[in-house]
Write a protein of this length. Sequence first.
Length: 300
Amino acid sequence: MLINLLRLLFIGCALVFIFMLIHAWYHKRRKGELEPTPFWPVAGIGFVANFLDTLGVGSFAVKTACYKQFKLIDDRLLPGTLNGQCVLPTVTQSLIFIGAVKVDPLTLISMMAAAAAGAAWGARRVAGFDRQTIRLVMAVSLLVVAGLIFAGLLGLFPLGGEAMGLTGYKLGIALLGNFIFGVLMNVGIGLFAPCMTLVYLLGMNPMAAFPIMMGSTAVLSVFSAGTFIRKGAFDAKAVLAVAIFGPIGVVLAAQLVQSMNMEMLKWLVAFVVIYTSWTMYASWRAGRRQSQPQLAGAAG
């Protein structure tokens, strides 16, 4: 019963988003404001990025790197485009994993609610956050966590577990963590890898992370994308391309994830954390390089 209600919630989110996208597409087309974005290159990038996203590797970093490298999307429209592109793929992920992985309902729903509350609370409050500090702290923290995970895999440190739910203080830590991850989504820090890492460190089965992180993001993304769509600050053609081809990549990757044994999945978690740590550091370094000329100009 609960699973069916959650599925209805995700389908409802998808329908609301599709309505908003069609309305915005028609409005832009009528006013002659559709962007001249090449459809197929963006569709291909979306397919690959959302395939990787389903394995736990956040799609934002992959898409951003490709769009900037090939100059496909105006930087001004990039945040809204990324948010819009992730709605239908994450809804697809949620519909697949919410039934395939039997997570404790209290843990699942409360962590989804905590992430949503964090995003809602942070929407008006994180504008003044120092993104550079957040990126550096996250990069170092994830690197330490990756070291612990590798130590556990090599038998040097007890880590991980098979639980499909949390209670007591562990559930409290999970809720606080997902609330913070929801807040950080407002400054461009994806929820997938930190959430996956958190539930693993708290002794849960790595597979349990998939419905939790995907369900959280599916609900959040509709609200974040809706804001950009209402403002017209998104690339409609690019969003449509990934809305169509992103879910195909999700379905193919989901089959791969569900066929993995636990040992392979634990190694996957470790490498996802390492990759995310590197992307955080790379973003911090790029931001530092951009700020140096500005500081030099201000001093001159």
